[in-house]
Design a protein around this ligand. Structure first.
Ligand code: NAG
Ligand code: NAG
Ligand code: NAG
Ligand code: NAG
Ligand code: NAG
Ligand code: NAG
Ligand code: NAG
Ligand code: NAG
Length: 767
């Protein structure tokens, strides 16, 4: 068993989460989760008693067992969290019923133009927003930093009664009165902190022991998923419009599991408790803008409570939507990779905040910025040199000589994230500078600068050209105009620089991420305690922000198709996603160099809500398919039986992960021809004929058998095979293509991703 010192984390890039690791309290015993798989019966009292008995056999007495117990999980699955020493965990592992021990670790956290951009304008009668009654009656569970209930985004105007399938509670606490703060919009609100407190025993300042959001992240993600309509909202005049979430009539069940320490941290024990309760409470969709982040490439299954909790939720028909992570643009950085999860990448949209930078030689460049006030007429421009080995205008090492900077605009370069940018703006302002031009990686995600200080972001190319100008003249000058909001111009969407990329490092044959949604410069409600809030709203970027976009869309689809399984909903999203944006322009992926996006950047593509509500065919999955996946991953019968609560026997011949009925085919090592099977279910008109249309990955030959699928009222499911061979005679990188079933109305497309591998160390090791 690995050590318990891992960190799980919130996932917002530009909302000021801390970068530092939490310092662990020195202690011999740590919180561990004793996971016992699916619950064996319905009597929750008996289940909890059995947990106490089990713990007592190891710690010596019932009394001590009660003291050490942190949580008993009894609704969604069985198990408990308790303070245990390493040797106690070893003893427990020997006991019958214990599947595995999950160390308690920390996860981190990682508008409203975006909805119109995706084709969900409330003014258009043909889209699914009116058809789904805006998600009315669907309950969205949000595992995050809580909620600011007074925000207008959570008003209950026009909403009917609390949905009858709601079985949860609203709990009062610090500055949160259930009678007042829960309503027909926020129908449930709870908080879970014992897992964090038990191990990270630091007092939490600037926090509420209640569902109230001190951080801002949870209010932002919730209002993006399902905020009510609020007119006339902007961020300092930028992005003015009516703000709302994706499913304005859906309801919230708030599970505060992430806390305002070091930028937002959430423990495994608390997250699992929220899953356990949410399954019991009757939520329809769960949204987690949370990742297990450090170490990035560790075995997620062992420590990541999200993989386990989400398995039980999905088994009960609850769709779970999670962030892909903010560790892009490097390959293999995607997290939350379990196949039952919908994993969401982040894209830009068709809105920008361009600002022109005019140099003394009258050359003009465009940067992006969010400041207000007045434009800065021609002013001296300086590139300060710092001392020492990192000489140069490096934003993060700026210690500025006031004489050089005062009254001037400063140019600097950074390779670091937004904290460096915010910091640099503070340093320049402090030294008497009047503006800042920051050259950084080519990402459209804007960082907040302190107190509306004029700071403009440009890419390295423009930064270098400005530096060239400074070097070429004795008196460099610059003029900075105010940023404008441009919307709807033919501007191609891009997968954001920071968005984590595939392939999936845990199971390379299972494509991740699944889908992309807008996650750059998203305006939504936040906690007024968030340092960059403006009248209760803030602009944030991250896969944290793209995740609730998909959550809101899932709520609309759920309302229209209440019987669709989580896999069917995921398939519908993936197979209808835009590879070319709504404008028809191809979608790019930010990075160096920028390139056309492929399925490792955005899975099926950019989410297309209206398409997803009518996909034609779905690649459905149920318990048997997840079992096949687990057998293929090499888990043994007893482990799988425990997890699924069913007596499972993996076939003697290990199934191939390539045959799991995913809405994608990913072959990490192709040499000899490989044949995979898939089954599609017709959810469109009963009498339909689909024909295969193939776009083979470069250098491969793809056959589909049969090439036509004929459905009628009795034939709803059909199986086909895809045979892929390669003409490459050496190892290649991945090439991308697609297989699309077309009936004249629908185009059901799945991505094909193939890598030829001639040197194969393990012949049977294709997963
Ligand atoms: C919560 O609000 C209700 C209604 O205003 C009030 O009666 C009750 O005393 C409040 N509870 C607390 C703990 O303040
Ligand atoms: C919108 O808000 C601005 C500033 O808060 C206010 O001046 C203006 O009157 C508002 N417009 C409408 C239509 O409410
Ligand atoms: C820049 O443009 C202004 C106005 O068009 C003009 O007066 C000025 O001479 C130009 N400066 C240079 C260096 O070309
Ligand atoms: C700051 O810069 C001025 C002008 O270049 C110089 O005279 C002065 O010594 C510098 N001060 C420090 C502390 O380096
Ligand atoms: C820069 O950021 C660090 C934290 O990363 C902080 O301690 C420091 O005070 C900041 N400096 C300024 C000038 O804001
Ligand atoms: C199943 O796997 C677990 C570890 O994953 C191991 O401890 C156990 O002994 C295995 N059981 C059998 C029957 O092989
Ligand atoms: C599981 O199935 C095996 C083989 O069919 C059988 O021997 C065993 O008793 C079953 N176990 C349970 C708990 O049903
Ligand atoms: C549907 O197609 C199957 C196979 O072609 C055929 O056997 C069956 O009779 C058809 N059913 C109807 C209702 O047409």
């Amino acid at each position: 068993m690995s050590s318990s010192s891992s960190i799980l984390a919130l996932l917002c890039l530009i909302c000021f989460t801390g970068q530092g690791l939490i310092t662990k309290v020195a202690a011999k015993s740590h919180v561990h989760i004793v996971y016992m798989g699916d619950r064996q019966h319905d009597n929750t009292k008996l289940i909890t008693d059995s947990h106490h008995d089990l713990l007592a056999t190891v710690v010596g007495s019932k009394k001590l067992a009660s003291e050490l117990m942190v949580y008993s999980y009894k609704h969604g699955f069985s198990g408990f969290a308790a303070k245990l020493t390493e040797s106690q965990t070893q003893q427990l592992l020997e006991l019958p019923g214990v599947v595995r021990i999950i160390p308690n670790s920390l996860h981190k956290l990682e508008t409203t133009r975006s909805w119109d951009f995706l084709g969900l304008s409330p003014h258009s009668p043909s889209n699914i927003l009116p058809k789904s009654n805006m998600g009315d009656g669907v309950i969205i569970g949000v595992l995050d930093t809580g909620i600011w209930p007074e925000s207008e985004s959570f008003n209950e105007k026009g909403l009917g009664p609390v949905p009858s399938h709601w079985n949860g509670v609203c709990e009062s606490g610090d500055n949160f009165n259930a009678t007042i703060h829960c309503n027909r919009k926020i129908i449930g609100a709870r908080w879970f902190i014992n897992g964090l407190l038990a191990e990270y025993a630091k007092p939490l300042d600037k926090e509420f022991h209640s569902p109230r959001d001190a951080h801002g992240h949870g209010t932002h993600t919730s209002s993006t998923a399902a905020g009510s309509f609020v007119a006339n909202i902007s961020y300092k005049g930028l992005g003015l419009g009516t703000i709302r979430g994706g499913a304005p009539n859906a309801r919230f069940a708030i599970y505060k599991v992430c806390w305002n320490v070091l930028g937002g941290q959430c423990s495994t024990a608390d997250i699992l408790k929220a899953f356990d309760e949410a399954i019991h409470d009757g939520v329809d969709v769960l949204s987690l803008s949370i990742v297990y982040s450090v170490p990035l490439f560790s075995d997620v299954d062992e420590r990541d409570g999200i993989a386990t909790g989400s398995f039980h939720a999905v088994a009960k028909g609850i769709t779970v939507v999670c962030a892909a992570g903010n560790s892009g643009p490097s390959a293999q950085t995607v997290v939350n990779t379990a196949p039952w999860i919908i994993t969401v990448a982040a894209s830009t949209m068709d809105r920008e905040f361009p600002t022109s930078i005019t140099l003394g030689n009258n050359k003009t460049f465009l940067g992006q910025a969010m400041f207000t006030g007045t434009e800065i007429g021609f002013t001296n421009l300086v590139y300060p040199q710092s001392e020492g080995p990192t000489a140069g205008g490096v934003c993060e090492s700026l210690s500025l000589n006031k004489t050089i900077v005062v009254g001037k605009v400063v140019l600097c370069f950074t390779t670091m994230g937004r904290r460096a940018i915010t910091n640099a703006s503070a340093v320049v302002k402090e030294a008497g500078g009047v503006g800042l031009i920051i050259a950084k990686n080519p990402s459209g995600a804007l960082s907040p600068c302190i107190e509306d200080f004029p700071c403009i972001e440009v890419d390295y190319e423009i930064g270098t050209r400005i530096l060239f100008y400074i070097r070429s003249t004795r008196y460099p000058l610059v003029k900075l105009s105010l940023p404008k909001t441009t919307v709807g111009k033919p501007l191609s969407a891009k997968v954001a620089y920071f968005s984590s990329r595939g392939p999936n490092s845990i199971a390379p044959a299972s494509l991740k991420p699944d889908i992309a949604a807008p996650g750059v410069n998203i305006l939504a409600a936040t906690s007024p305690l968030y340092s960059f809030a403006e009248g209760g709203y803030a602009m944030m970027s991250g896969t944290s922000m793209s995740t609730p976009h998909v959550t809101g869309i899932v709520a609309l689809i759920k309302r229209m198709h209440p019987n669709w399984s989580p896999a069917a909903i995921k398939s519908a999203l993936v197979t209808t996603a835009w590879r070319n944006g709504p404008s028809g322009l191809p979608i790019f992926a930010e990075g160096s160099p920028q390139k056309l996006a492929n399925s490792f950047d955005f899975g099926g593509g950019l989410v297309n809500p209206n398409g997803a509500a009518d996909p034609g065919l779905v690649y459905d999955m149920g318990a048997a398919d997840y079992m096949e996946y687990l057998c293929a991953r090499g888990y043994n019968n007893s482990a799988i039986s425990r997890l699924t609560g069913k007596n499972t026997t993996c076939p003697v011949k290990k199934p191939s992960i390539l045959d799991v009925n995913l809405p994608s085919v990913t072959i990490p090592s192709l040499r000899n021809p490989i044949t995979v099977k898939r089954t599609v279910t017709n959810v469109g008109a009963p009498e339909s004929i689909y024909k295969a249309s193939i776009e083979p990955p470069f250098g491969t030959i793809v056959y589909v058998n049969p090439t036509a699928l004929v459905f009628n009222s009795t034939v709803e499911k059909l199986t086909f095979t895809v045979t892929i061979s390669t003409i490459h005679e050496m190892n290649t990188g991945y090439y991308f293509g697609s297989l699309t079933w077309v009936d004249g109305v629908h185009a059901v497309r799945i991505p094909l991703s193939v890598k030829t591998e001639f040197l194969q160390p393990h012949d049977d090791d294709e997963d």
